[in-house]
Design a protein around this ligand. Structure first.
Ligand code: GLN
Length: 456
């Protein structure tokens, strides 16, 4: 009741939710009844989770922020949502996002613009801006987002919360509306590392409905956490931390760099050996990402033909029905991505764009592998700036894309990364949170969370 009241009070300014559950109180009462009857309840019993609206829920619409899916009600829960419900969690609602996850501000939603809880004139980041704002403003306890190129980590940084992008294959994508299938992962937001680790544990694991989900045993991510009483004894002694040189360079807000360097100093105090490491192919990540993500999306979005899902614009001839439904259903950013992707995949240009981008992806994977052979974790800012004003980059897509430089490489390499708040930048007499990113080897979420827990 308290959370719902807070949600109702804050929502008119924030606009983080596209749908709020009508069953939350009933579900909570049912959990109370089970507890009274001494029946078993799951580890997340009664915990309120908000779910990004590109993740399918059977009891609420799932629009992916698009008019193309307006009113669409999936007949099933995504595997991550099913697992959450099995662990006792209550889905409180569906959060706003850039249409199909394409964007970095949440202004690209076909429905509403979400505000940053730290300064309502600023963006919460994106594309999972609704999920980040909802945790930041305590409209829910934890939330799910998706991260194709940074959509969990950058909004976590802008909203001052913890954000985790798991290793590709750690969490099933079944029921996640596909953007770029080789990069998409469902990720977690929490207001603490412990909450985030518990959420990750609830949603991870193999799923026969997603052939790319891993069969590895899921560790109890939080069981290795060290008591904070031991901080004096340098609990991270010998842990090798590499700061990625290319990420603390020109083009990055100097105040962001100094906060991230402050985090590195704190890690040193905790016993880490911090050095600089170079990833020479780092700057190639951005163009490679935008070519690959657009190419995959142009293929994935072909299913929205006005016949199988969502909105249909009736016409007297089939091709016009497809054309009109798409013309009306998709927003301008989505159309631009489909055009870019179709172009990059077309016969005359495939080798020059798509194939080269795949080659760059291999280079990036190799350079991360080398850096992570010599270091336990790598660190960087989560974004080159703090949250900027609503509207500031709306008509300049290239400037918006450039803001993804810190995050896209991690998706190209399929690695896990954890974003934690590490300071504030003062702008126009408001404090805006800064986040730093810790990148680990594949399936090493446990280490990231353990270090993050000691750090926070
Ligand atoms: N901002 C990036 C894009 O627009 C990343 C989005 C995401 O991770 N879903 O593609």
């Amino acid at each position: 009741e308290a959370y719902l009241a807070r949600l109702r009070r804050t929502e008119p300014q924030l606009k983080s939710f596209l749908h709020v559950s009508e069953n939350a109180l009933k579900e909570a009462a049912e959990i109370d009844r089970r507890i009274e009857r001494n029946e078993a309840v799951g580890p997340m019993a009664g915990v309120l989770v908000a779910v990004k609206d590109n993740i399918c829920t059977a009891d609420m619409p799932s629009t992916a922020g698009s008019r193309a899916l307006e009113g669409y009600r999936p007949p099933f829960d995504a595997t991550a949502v099913r697992k959450l419900r099995e662990s006792g969690a209550i889905v409180i609602g569906k959060t706003n996002l850039d249409e199909f996850g394409m964007g970095s501000t949440t202004e690209g939603s076909a429905y509403q613009v979400t505000a940053n809880p730290w300064d309502l004139s600023r963006v919460p980041g994106g594309s999972s801006g609704g999920s980040a704002a909802a945790v930041s403003a305590r409209q829910c306890v934890v939330s799910l987002g998706s991260d194709t190129g940074g959509s969990v980590r950058q909004p976590a940084s802008f909203c001052g919360v913890v954000g985790l992008k798991p290793t590709y294959g750690c969490v099933s994508r079944y029921g996640l509306v596909a953007y770029a299938s080789s990069l998409d992962v469902i990720g977690c937001f929490g207001s603490s590392v412990t909450d985030t680790g518990i959420l990750l544990h609830a949603i991870s694991g193999h799923d026969r409905f997603d052939a790319t989900s891993s069969k590895r045993q899921v560790p109890a991510f939080t069981s290795q956490f060290i008591s904070k009483d031991l901080l004096e004894s340098k609990p991270l002694k010998g842990l090798r931390v590499g700061i990625i040189r290319e990420t603390i360079d020109d083009g990055v807000d100097p105040d962001v760099i100094s906060s991230v360097c402050g985090a590195a100093c704190h890690l040193e105090e905790l016993g880490c050996i911090v050095t600089e490491v170079s990833l020479p192919s780092f700057s190639l990540g951005l163009p490679a990402y935008y070519i690959l993500a657009s190419s995959e999306s142009s293929s994935n979005l072909s299913r929205y033909d006005g016949v199988r899902y969502g909105n249909q614009v009736v016409a007297d001839e089939l091709n016009s029905l497809y054309g009109n439904s798409r013309a009306k259903g998709f927003g301008s950013e989505v159309k631009m991505r489909i055009l870019m992707g179709t172009y990059a995949l077309s016969a005359g240009y495939y080798d020059a764009y798509y194939k080269r981008a795949q080659q760059v992806r291999t280079l990036i994977q190799k350079s991360f592998k080398e850096a992570l052979d010599k270091n336990d974790i790598l660190i960087s800012p989560a974004a080159p700036s703090v949250a900027y004003k609503i509207g500031e980059k709306k008509n300049d897509p290239l400037a918006m894309y450039a803001g993804d430089i810190m995050t896209v490489n991690v998706n190209l390499a399929g690695l896990p990364a954890l974003v934690l708040p590490c300071g504030f930048v003062e702008e126009e007499s408001t404090s805006l949170p800064v986040g730093f990113q810790m990148i680990g080897a594949a399936f090493d979420e446990e280490k990231l969370l353990k270090v993050g827990h000691i750090f926070e």
